[in-house]
Design a protein around this ligand. Sequence first.
Ligand code: NDP
Length: 294
Amino acid sequence: MVERGALIDGAVLAAKVTAEVGNDVRALAARGMTPGLTVVLVGDDPASAVYVGSKERTCIELGMRGETIRRPASITQSELLDIVDRLNTDPAVHGILVQMPLPKHIDAEAVVRRIRPDKDVDGFHPVNVGKLWIGDTDGFAPCTPAGVLYMLRASHVRTSGAECVIVGRSNIVGKPMAGLMVQPGVDATVTICHSRTRDLAAHTSRADILIVAAGRARMITADMVKPGAVVIDVGMNRIPDATKKSGSRLVGDVDFDSVRPIASRITPVPGGVGRMTIAMLMANTARAAAQLGA
Ligand code: NDP
Protein backbone atom coordinates (compact mmCIF):
# COMPACT_ATOMS: atom_id res chain seq x y z
CA MET A 1 0.00 0.00 0.00
CA VAL A 2 1.26 3.48 -0.84
CA GLU A 3 1.97 5.57 2.23
CA ARG A 4 -0.09 8.80 2.27
CA GLY A 5 0.18 12.04 4.21
CA ALA A 6 3.03 11.08 6.54
CA LEU A 7 4.63 14.07 8.20
CA ILE A 8 8.32 14.82 7.91
CA ASP A 9 8.86 16.32 11.35
CA GLY A 10 11.31 19.22 11.34
CA ALA A 11 11.52 19.39 15.12
CA VAL A 12 12.58 15.73 15.43
CA LEU A 13 15.13 15.97 12.60
CA ALA A 14 16.55 19.30 13.82
CA ALA A 15 17.05 17.70 17.24
CA LYS A 16 18.90 14.82 15.52
CA VAL A 17 21.21 17.31 13.74
CA THR A 18 21.92 19.27 16.92
CA ALA A 19 22.67 16.03 18.82
CA GLU A 20 25.19 15.14 16.09
CA VAL A 21 26.69 18.64 16.30
CA GLY A 22 26.90 18.29 20.10
CA ASN A 23 29.04 15.16 19.60
CA ASP A 24 31.30 17.03 17.17
CA VAL A 25 31.64 19.93 19.61
CA ARG A 26 32.67 17.54 22.40
CA ALA A 27 35.25 15.92 20.12
CA LEU A 28 36.66 19.36 19.26
CA ALA A 29 36.68 20.33 22.96
CA ALA A 30 38.82 17.27 23.65
CA ARG A 31 41.34 18.79 21.20
CA GLY A 32 41.14 22.13 23.05
CA MET A 33 38.90 23.81 20.49
CA THR A 34 35.61 25.66 20.95
CA PRO A 35 33.76 26.41 17.70
CA GLY A 36 32.70 30.03 17.53
CA LEU A 37 30.01 31.76 15.46
CA THR A 38 29.79 35.53 15.21
CA VAL A 39 26.66 37.09 13.80
CA VAL A 40 26.67 40.72 12.69
CA LEU A 41 23.27 42.34 13.09
CA VAL A 42 22.78 45.75 11.51
CA GLY A 43 19.71 47.85 12.35
CA ASP A 44 16.65 46.96 14.38
CA ASP A 45 14.51 44.73 12.16
CA PRO A 46 12.46 42.74 14.72
CA ALA A 47 12.38 39.51 12.67
CA SER A 48 16.18 39.59 12.23
CA ALA A 49 16.62 40.17 15.96
CA VAL A 50 14.55 37.04 16.69
CA TYR A 51 16.57 34.88 14.23
CA VAL A 52 19.87 36.18 15.55
CA GLY A 53 18.81 35.62 19.18
CA SER A 54 17.98 31.99 18.50
CA LYS A 55 21.26 31.44 16.61
CA GLU A 56 23.26 32.75 19.57
CA ARG A 57 21.20 30.73 22.07
CA THR A 58 21.57 27.48 20.10
CA CYS A 59 25.35 27.98 19.88
CA ILE A 60 25.63 28.36 23.61
CA GLU A 61 23.35 25.36 24.31
CA LEU A 62 25.67 23.25 22.14
CA GLY A 63 28.81 24.39 23.96
CA MET A 64 29.93 26.66 21.13
CA ARG A 65 30.83 30.32 21.38
CA GLY A 66 27.96 32.45 20.09
CA GLU A 67 28.45 36.16 19.76
CA THR A 68 26.35 38.90 18.18
CA ILE A 69 27.84 42.21 17.09
CA ARG A 70 25.03 44.78 16.93
CA ARG A 71 25.42 47.98 14.95
CA PRO A 72 22.92 50.74 14.07
CA ALA A 73 21.44 51.03 10.56
CA SER A 74 23.56 54.16 10.10
CA ILE A 75 26.78 52.06 9.89
CA THR A 76 28.85 52.83 6.80
CA GLN A 77 29.97 50.28 4.25
CA SER A 78 33.61 50.64 5.27
CA GLU A 79 32.82 50.26 9.00
CA LEU A 80 30.96 47.03 8.24
CA LEU A 81 33.78 45.73 6.03
CA ASP A 82 36.24 46.53 8.85
CA ILE A 83 34.21 44.33 11.21
CA VAL A 84 34.28 41.48 8.66
CA ASP A 85 38.05 41.92 8.20
CA ARG A 86 38.59 41.71 11.95
CA LEU A 87 36.46 38.55 12.23
CA ASN A 88 38.26 37.02 9.24
CA THR A 89 41.56 37.15 11.16
CA ASP A 90 40.23 36.33 14.64
CA PRO A 91 41.28 32.72 15.41
CA ALA A 92 38.41 32.30 17.92
CA VAL A 93 35.85 32.95 15.16
CA HIS A 94 35.17 29.99 12.87
CA GLY A 95 31.86 31.08 11.39
CA ILE A 96 30.81 34.56 10.28
CA LEU A 97 27.27 35.46 9.36
CA VAL A 98 26.05 38.91 8.40
CA GLN A 99 22.30 38.88 8.93
CA MET A 100 20.27 39.96 5.89
CA PRO A 101 18.58 42.19 4.94
CA LEU A 102 21.10 45.02 5.24
CA PRO A 103 20.15 48.71 4.96
CA LYS A 104 19.81 49.94 1.37
CA HIS A 105 23.00 52.06 1.42
CA ILE A 106 25.11 48.93 2.07
CA ASP A 107 26.26 46.78 -0.84
CA ALA A 108 25.27 43.38 0.55
CA GLU A 109 27.09 41.49 -2.23
CA ALA A 110 30.37 43.24 -1.37
CA VAL A 111 29.93 42.33 2.30
CA VAL A 112 29.30 38.65 1.51
CA ARG A 113 32.32 38.57 -0.81
CA ARG A 114 34.54 40.02 1.95
CA ILE A 115 33.87 37.06 4.31
CA ARG A 116 36.59 34.41 4.17
CA PRO A 117 35.03 31.51 2.27
CA ASP A 118 36.27 29.04 4.90
CA LYS A 119 34.34 31.01 7.57
CA ASP A 120 31.26 31.63 5.37
CA VAL A 121 28.91 29.24 7.18
CA ASP A 122 25.89 30.74 5.39
CA GLY A 123 27.34 29.41 2.13
CA PHE A 124 26.63 32.56 0.11
CA HIS A 125 30.20 33.48 -0.93
CA PRO A 126 30.77 32.81 -4.66
CA VAL A 127 33.55 30.33 -3.76
CA ASN A 128 31.08 28.25 -1.75
CA VAL A 129 28.43 28.59 -4.45
CA GLY A 130 30.97 27.22 -6.94
CA LYS A 131 32.05 24.42 -4.60
CA LEU A 132 28.43 23.35 -4.17
CA TRP A 133 27.92 23.06 -7.92
CA ILE A 134 31.19 21.21 -8.61
CA GLY A 135 30.53 18.86 -5.70
CA ASP A 136 33.49 19.95 -3.58
CA THR A 137 32.38 18.93 -0.10
CA ASP A 138 34.74 21.09 1.93
CA GLY A 139 32.64 24.16 1.04
CA PHE A 140 29.47 25.22 2.84
CA ALA A 141 25.98 24.74 1.40
CA PRO A 142 23.35 27.32 2.38
CA CYS A 143 21.55 26.13 5.51
CA THR A 144 17.95 25.89 4.25
CA PRO A 145 18.60 23.71 1.18
CA ALA A 146 21.14 21.68 3.17
CA GLY A 147 18.39 21.16 5.76
CA VAL A 148 15.95 19.99 3.09
CA LEU A 149 18.46 17.45 1.75
CA TYR A 150 19.06 16.20 5.31
CA MET A 151 15.28 15.79 5.74
CA LEU A 152 14.99 13.77 2.53
CA ARG A 153 17.90 11.51 3.47
CA ALA A 154 16.78 11.05 7.07
CA SER A 155 13.28 10.16 5.81
CA HIS A 156 14.78 7.59 3.40
CA VAL A 157 13.27 9.29 0.36
CA ARG A 158 14.58 7.73 -2.82
CA THR A 159 16.25 10.54 -4.75
CA SER A 160 18.17 8.59 -7.37
CA GLY A 161 16.45 9.05 -10.72
CA ALA A 162 13.57 10.92 -9.07
CA GLU A 163 11.92 13.84 -10.85
CA CYS A 164 12.61 16.74 -8.50
CA VAL A 165 10.74 19.97 -9.26
CA ILE A 166 11.79 23.10 -7.39
CA VAL A 167 9.55 26.17 -7.38
CA GLY A 168 11.74 29.25 -6.82
CA ARG A 169 15.16 30.23 -8.13
CA SER A 170 16.57 32.46 -5.37
CA ASN A 171 20.26 32.30 -4.51
CA ILE A 172 19.31 31.43 -0.93
CA VAL A 173 16.98 28.48 -1.56
CA GLY A 174 15.96 27.51 -5.10
CA LYS A 175 19.27 27.53 -6.97
CA PRO A 176 21.43 25.89 -4.27
CA MET A 177 18.64 23.34 -3.73
CA ALA A 178 18.89 22.40 -7.41
CA GLY A 179 22.69 22.20 -7.12
CA LEU A 180 22.43 19.77 -4.21
CA MET A 181 19.74 17.57 -5.78
CA VAL A 182 21.63 17.08 -9.04
CA GLN A 183 24.93 15.99 -7.45
CA PRO A 184 26.15 12.43 -7.97
CA GLY A 185 25.01 10.45 -4.95
CA VAL A 186 21.69 12.35 -4.81
CA ASP A 187 21.07 11.85 -8.52
CA ALA A 188 17.70 13.53 -8.99
CA THR A 189 16.57 14.91 -12.34
CA VAL A 190 15.95 18.56 -11.55
CA THR A 191 13.56 21.16 -12.94
CA ILE A 192 13.65 24.72 -11.59
CA CYS A 193 10.47 26.79 -11.94
CA HIS A 194 10.03 30.54 -11.39
CA SER A 195 7.55 33.32 -12.00
CA ARG A 196 8.03 33.14 -15.78
CA THR A 197 7.49 29.39 -16.00
CA ARG A 198 4.78 28.55 -18.49
CA ASP A 199 2.18 26.16 -17.00
CA LEU A 200 3.63 25.65 -13.53
CA ALA A 201 1.16 22.86 -12.75
CA ALA A 202 2.40 20.81 -15.72
CA HIS A 203 5.81 20.71 -14.03
CA THR A 204 4.76 20.31 -10.39
CA SER A 205 2.34 17.51 -11.20
CA ARG A 206 5.09 15.25 -12.56
CA ALA A 207 7.35 15.70 -9.52
CA ASP A 208 8.26 12.71 -7.37
CA ILE A 209 9.86 15.27 -5.03
CA LEU A 210 8.30 18.74 -5.04
CA ILE A 211 10.22 21.47 -3.21
CA VAL A 212 8.44 24.81 -2.98
CA ALA A 213 10.22 28.06 -2.08
CA ALA A 214 8.24 30.83 -3.75
CA GLY A 215 6.98 32.90 -0.82
CA ARG A 216 3.34 32.69 -2.01
CA ALA A 217 0.87 31.52 0.63
CA ARG A 218 -0.74 28.13 -0.23
CA MET A 219 -0.06 28.49 -3.97
CA ILE A 220 0.45 24.75 -4.48
CA THR A 221 -2.96 23.09 -4.45
CA ALA A 222 -3.91 19.42 -4.61
CA ASP A 223 -4.48 19.43 -8.38
CA MET A 224 -0.82 20.44 -8.87
CA VAL A 225 0.61 17.44 -7.03
CA LYS A 226 1.24 13.90 -8.27
CA PRO A 227 -0.29 11.24 -6.02
CA GLY A 228 2.43 9.78 -3.80
CA ALA A 229 4.83 12.74 -4.22
CA VAL A 230 7.10 13.88 -1.41
CA VAL A 231 6.27 17.55 -0.78
CA ILE A 232 8.73 19.88 0.93
CA ASP A 233 7.36 23.30 1.83
CA VAL A 234 10.04 25.92 2.43
CA GLY A 235 7.63 28.86 2.34
CA MET A 236 6.94 30.97 5.40
CA ASN A 237 4.11 33.43 4.91
CA ARG A 238 2.21 35.44 7.53
CA ILE A 239 -1.48 35.68 6.74
CA PRO A 240 -4.18 37.55 8.70
CA ASP A 241 -6.07 35.39 11.21
CA ALA A 242 -8.54 37.11 13.51
CA THR A 243 -8.73 34.01 15.76
CA LYS A 244 -5.07 34.49 16.81
CA LYS A 245 -3.98 36.92 19.50
CA SER A 246 -1.28 38.24 17.19
CA GLY A 247 -3.87 38.71 14.41
CA SER A 248 -1.88 36.51 12.00
CA ARG A 249 -0.49 33.04 11.50
CA LEU A 250 2.26 31.33 9.56
CA VAL A 251 1.45 29.23 6.48
CA GLY A 252 3.60 27.63 3.83
CA ASP A 253 3.55 27.84 0.05
CA VAL A 254 1.63 24.55 -0.05
CA ASP A 255 -2.09 24.28 0.69
CA PHE A 256 -1.34 21.73 3.41
CA ASP A 257 -4.87 20.45 4.13
CA SER A 258 -5.69 19.60 0.51
CA VAL A 259 -2.21 18.34 -0.46
CA ARG A 260 -1.48 16.15 2.59
CA PRO A 261 -3.89 13.32 1.61
CA ILE A 262 -2.31 13.13 -1.86
CA ALA A 263 1.36 13.35 -0.87
CA SER A 264 3.21 10.33 0.45
CA ARG A 265 5.18 12.56 2.80
CA ILE A 266 4.94 16.27 3.52
CA THR A 267 6.56 18.89 5.73
CA PRO A 268 4.27 21.08 7.86
CA VAL A 269 4.59 24.85 8.33
CA PRO A 270 5.47 25.68 11.03
CA GLY A 271 7.44 22.69 12.34
CA GLY A 272 9.05 21.65 9.06
CA VAL A 273 11.95 23.06 7.08
CA GLY A 274 12.16 26.19 9.26
CA ARG A 275 13.34 24.07 12.19
CA MET A 276 16.27 22.73 10.18
CA THR A 277 17.90 26.00 9.16
CA ILE A 278 19.55 26.94 12.47
CA ALA A 279 20.51 23.30 13.09
CA MET A 280 22.38 23.21 9.76
CA LEU A 281 24.07 26.52 10.62
CA MET A 282 25.39 24.89 13.79
CA ALA A 283 26.61 21.91 11.74
CA ASN A 284 28.40 24.23 9.30
CA THR A 285 30.04 26.14 12.18
CA ALA A 286 31.30 22.98 13.89
CA ARG A 287 32.70 21.78 10.55
CA ALA A 288 34.31 25.18 9.87
CA ALA A 289 36.08 24.91 13.25
CA ALA A 290 37.22 21.35 12.52
CA GLN A 291 38.53 22.34 9.06
CA LEU A 292 40.25 25.53 10.28
CA GLY A 293 41.81 23.69 13.22
CA ALA A 294 42.99 20.71 11.19
P1 NDP B 1 12.56 34.98 -3.10
O1 NDP B 1 11.45 35.96 -3.08
O2 NDP B 1 13.96 35.45 -3.15
O3 NDP B 1 12.34 33.98 -4.32
C1 NDP B 1 11.08 33.48 -4.63
C2 NDP B 1 11.17 32.68 -5.91
O4 NDP B 1 9.89 32.15 -6.20
C3 NDP B 1 11.60 33.51 -7.11
O5 NDP B 1 12.53 32.80 -7.87
C4 NDP B 1 10.30 33.73 -7.88
O6 NDP B 1 10.48 33.81 -9.28
C5 NDP B 1 9.54 32.47 -7.54
N1 NDP B 1 8.09 32.69 -7.62
C6 NDP B 1 7.37 33.65 -7.02
N2 NDP B 1 6.08 33.55 -7.35
C7 NDP B 1 5.98 32.51 -8.19
C8 NDP B 1 4.91 31.92 -8.90
N3 NDP B 1 3.66 32.39 -8.80
N4 NDP B 1 5.18 30.85 -9.68
C9 NDP B 1 6.44 30.37 -9.80
N5 NDP B 1 7.49 30.89 -9.15
C10 NDP B 1 7.27 31.95 -8.35
O7 NDP B 1 12.31 34.07 -1.82
P2 NDP B 1 13.29 33.07 -1.01
O8 NDP B 1 13.84 32.03 -1.90
O9 NDP B 1 14.21 33.84 -0.16
O10 NDP B 1 12.23 32.40 -0.03
C11 NDP B 1 11.12 31.67 -0.52
C12 NDP B 1 10.20 31.32 0.64
O11 NDP B 1 10.91 30.51 1.56
C13 NDP B 1 9.72 32.52 1.45
O12 NDP B 1 8.41 32.26 1.92
C14 NDP B 1 10.67 32.59 2.61
O13 NDP B 1 10.10 33.20 3.76
C15 NDP B 1 10.91 31.12 2.84
N6 NDP B 1 12.20 30.83 3.47
C16 NDP B 1 12.18 29.94 4.50
C17 NDP B 1 13.35 29.59 5.13
C18 NDP B 1 13.27 28.58 6.21
O14 NDP B 1 14.15 28.50 7.03
N7 NDP B 1 12.21 27.76 6.23
C19 NDP B 1 14.62 30.18 4.78
C20 NDP B 1 14.57 31.03 3.60
C21 NDP B 1 13.38 31.35 3.00
P3 NDP B 1 11.30 35.00 -10.00
O15 NDP B 1 12.75 34.68 -9.76
O16 NDP B 1 10.91 34.88 -11.42
O17 NDP B 1 10.86 36.28 -9.34
